[in-house]
Design a protein around this ligand. Sequence first.
Ligand code: SAH
Ligand code: SF4
Length: 384
Amino acid sequence: MSDLTAPERERILAKAALFAPPGPVLADGRRDLVGLSRAELAAEVAAVGEQPFRAKQLWHWIYHQGVREFSAMSSIARPLQEKFAEHFVISRPEVALDQRARDETRKFLFKFRDNEAVETVYIPDRVEDRGAVCISSQVGCTLSCRFCHTGTQRLARNLSAAEIVGQFLAARDAYGEWPSPKGETPRLLSTIVLMGMGEPLYNYENVAKAMKIVMDGEGIGLSRRRITLSTSGVVPMMDRAGEELGVNLAVSLHAVRDDLRDEIVPLNRKYPIKELIAACKRYPGASNARRITFEYVMLKGINDSETDARALVYLIAGLPAKVNLIPFNPWPGSAYETSTPAAIRKFAEIVMAAGYASPIRTPRGQDILAACGQLKSLEQTATG
Ligand code: SAH
Ligand code: SF4
């Protein structure tokens, strides 16, 4: 049950419309098939006079096999491939930059049709032969959290569903991660974290559409447990995401008192801690073993005291939760320092003693500014 009031919903949707992404029609009149729901794809196929089963075939080629050209669709006869190519395209963002860090983290700058760009990061698991793709949901962010690089960039616009799915498809392309002719399935890029640039719950419609596409069993087929959506706490939309998507939830908490959270996560002035925690308790699965992840950036002398740790434990009491401690990642011009390793360890001990897992996140890809909160489409602002 969503507790989103009508005016709240209106306001969020109006804001989304203001920053609308480009639609599916290209300058040459062809339509992009990526990012369409199954029903929309079926409608496009019908509009060019073809049978419904063709939509199913296209879906399989686009999302299961990862093909980008109609000519590669061997189950479709050449004349029909050509007809599809006259009307449609299968888009990918352009790889404007591709950087690898020493730890094999890889950061892409993906550029879209209107030259706006976002960063997407592949983070290989340190142990297993797999990894997570950290996807952006907006170009920039409106929320201006004080410790976040993305927050210093004005919001240019929301990403479309095509652009959100497109980041994942393009990352898979870069790793050749599509089924081989022998039928081996992709393994490396098997998890999505919506933790890149932007606030996913301020672009909910497009994010939801994109996640439904990646979860579809006849395409990419990621289970909802392989997807984590991170929010700074857009309370009303958390209920909707829980009901409609049921993906894992990560909440950027970062402070346990409203006065401090108001300052470092300004969205707190709208949705204070008490409301945020109540929304976490309502989140599906929070009543059983499914854990909510609380993200907590460790800022030296700001939020890293033992008192803070104890207050944190008190705050989340009763919630199945895990606390990710993220040492602050500096960026050019940032105003904070990273907590000392001793302070982080002490904080982790207190949280752990209360029965919560409290992993300390090792920064990944720092040498290429790919770690949490370091993303910003600098190249885009330079050219745009
Ligand atoms: N807008 C969403 C998702 C993107 S941010 C959100 O805020 O949750 C992903 C995570 O990185 C968030 O927990 C965010 O607070 C954290 N983060 C931002 N800047 C950071 C920095 N400089 N160092 C470490 N973590 C940071
Ligand atoms: Fe936006 Fe998240 Fe950065 Fe805050 S932490 S400014 S919500 S991207």
